[in-house]
Design a protein around this ligand. Structure first.
Ligand code: ZN
Length: 131
């Protein structure tokens, strides 16, 4: 499932970083997830928790997850707007194929379909706190 594979890549990125930096134990990890990832928080947290078990350097880790809302930026007029008004179909379409969003969404200011998704995509590890 989606949540599990993302959780897996987060955990392995954290382990990689810990090895590179020769960290002994990580106490806190902060992650930012774009709204367009459409994650089920509960499943994601459960997956992270399961996956960190048995990893020595993550035995006492606290994982914080924050969500980043969608922000669009128009290439024609520079207008920026939030993705609050997207309906389910639009969310699904963008989630699976961001390029498709141009068929659904127009700049509310000038009507152009030429915009970029400035925020709300991807998964970022914001910080690691370690001993
Ligand atoms: Zn515009």
């Amino acid at each position: 499932m989606h949540e599990w594979s993302i959780a897996e890549s987060v955990i392995s990125a954290v382990i990689e970083e810990a090895k590179k930096e020769r960290l002994e134990e990580i106490t806190e990890v902060r992650i930012r997830i774009g709204e367009l990832q459409r994650m089920e928080d509960e499943i994601f947290m459960f997956a992270l928790d399961e996956l960190r078990k048995g990893v020595g350097l993550l035995k006492n880790v606290k994982i914080e997850v924050e969500t980043e809302g969608v922000l669009f930026g128009c290439r024609m007029c520079g207008n920026e707007w939030k993705g609050m008004d997207l309906n389910e179909d639009e969310y699904e379409a963008i989630h699976f194929c961001p390029e498709v969003s141009h068929a659904y969404i127009r700049c509310p200011s000038c009507g152009s379909p030429d915009f970029e998704i400035m925020k709300g995509r991807g998964v970022i590890i914001l910080s690691l706190i370690h001993i």
